[in-house]
Design a protein around this ligand. Structure first.
Ligand code: PLP
Length: 408
């Protein structure tokens, strides 16, 4: 551990620190207002009202026509699972073709794979370009008569590529009006703001803990008329689609965090973009044989995300050294941290697997400053240099296949 200097958190895409105002707003629901919202007495009805208000607030923020189009879940993973399983189960008579992309979060990819194993889905995976972005024309081309659902993420959690969901939805619906379009907006909801009509989607996933809200609260937006079969059976909560006693505290905190994200969006965006652009410009100058991954253009990239690959080193080893130096970062999706497999996202972009092993992800948030970028630029280059010196692989010429990726 370094000299007692404050630690630097550069992993906001994994989770964000809950805003103190959100925590304060949640506390009464643990201490005094903890009643079951489904019960009949006055305290329970007050809890019900809190949930109704949270639902209305969130519905208005994302442009939903009705509060009932918001189904509360335990988070993004559950909402993704519900979207895929729920639409396919409710659409069996129409078919079982599901289209998704090779760079989705595992909450989508693993569910799609499992549905295929269970013979409940036939899955088409569309590829991506070098920046991890899906071509809307490729999605359109994959749509068939029996395609019941298309699920393409809004912004990629590892390398920050933003998909043109409005264009994808427009093309899909034009080719097959019966096909539903879902987007996983877990990473984009805070930064870009989402409006379900502008995006043209039928279902949309988002979650509280990526926008300074609590863990354990997420939602699936489901446009009225979308076929969806519940996957957690039991009580009649969430219109009978998602059983389970509601977590009033988490839902209230989630709604407040969403409102605060909307109010602060411009300021947050400017702040995170400035740090992002500076680090993206500086990293290749400080470290030879480093490739920035994902889109370079700000308009095509998730604000606050800087991802790169460092040739001839393991990303995981760099992360451990950064941790010792007081910097918390990630090599990609937090869910895959600890695994030795190269990122499925980078592999899908066409990057050679060996090069992809050096992947790193820095994601900025409200609390970061220019001094954090200075510190990272001070400690990272000597770490890379030291590791390359220890590498069993001689650091000489990069293999031919790596050259187009390593611009410096
Ligand atoms: C794109 C994306 N989808 C889904 C999830 C899962 O969300 P949750 O952690 O709320 O289950 C994540 C979390 O990292 C994510 O980045």
């Amino acid at each position: 551990m370094s000299s007692g200097a404050p630690r630097i958190y550069l992993d906001h895409a994994a989770t964000t620190p809950p805003d103190p105002a959100v925590v304060d707003a949640m506390l009464p629901y643990f201490r005094e207002r903890w009643h079951n919202p489904s019960s009949i007495y006055v305290e329970a009805q007050a809890a019900r009202q809190v949930i109704d208000e949270a639902r209305a607030t969130i519905a208005a923020l994302i442009g939903a026509a009705e509060p009932d189009e918001i189904l509360f879940t335990s988070g993004g993973s559950e909402a993704d699972n519900l979207a895929l399983r729920g639409v396919l189960a409710a659409s069996r008579r129409r078919g079982k073709h599901l289209i998704t992309s090779a760079v989705e979060h595992h909450a989508i990819l693993d569910t799609a794979e499992e549905l295929e194993r269970e013979e409940l889905a036939e899955v088409t995976l569309v590829g991506v370009d070098r920046d991890g972005v899906v071509d809307p024309a490729a999605v359109e081309a994959a749509v068939r008569e029996d395609t019941v659902l298309v699920s393409i993420m809004h912004a990629n959690n590892e390398i920050g590529g933003v998909n043109d969901i409005a264009e994808i939805a427009r093309r899909v619906h034009a080719k097959n009006p019966h096909t539903m379009v879902h987007t996983d907006a877990v990473q984009s909801a805070a930064h870009l703001g989402v409006n379900v009509d502008r995006l043209g989607v039928d279902l949309l996933t988002f979650t509280g803990h990526k926008l300074y809200g609590p863990r354990g609260a997420g939602a699936l937006y489901v446009r009225n008329g979308t076929p969806l079969q519940g996957q957690i059976l039991g009580g009649q909560q969430e219109r009978g689609i998602r059983a389970g006693t509601e977590d009033t505290a988490a839902i209230a905190g989630f709604a407040l965090a969403m409102s605060m994200a909307a109010e602060r969006r411009e300021a947050d965006l400017d702040h995170e973009r400035a740090l992002q652009e500076r680090l993206m410009a500086e990293l290749p100058k400080h470290i030879p044989m480093l490739a920035i991954t994902g889109p370079r253009e700000a308009s095509k990239r998730l604000p606050g995300n800087v991802s790169c690959t460092v040739a001839f080193v393991e990303g995981e080893s760099i992360l451990l050294a950064l941790d010792l130096a007081g910097i918390a970062a990630s090599s990609g999706s937090a869910c895959t941290t600890g695994s030795v497999e190269p990122s499925h996202v980078l592999v899908a972009t066409g990057m050679p697997a060996e090069l992809a092993r050096g992947s790193l992800r820095f994601t900025f948030g409200r609390g970061n400053t220019d001094a954090d970028v200075d510190r990272l630029l001070e400690v990272l280059p000597p770490i890379v240099q030291r590791m390359r010196a220890l590498s069993p692989v001689p650091v000489s010429e990069a293999p031919e296949a790596w050259k187009s990726w390593l611009s410096n």
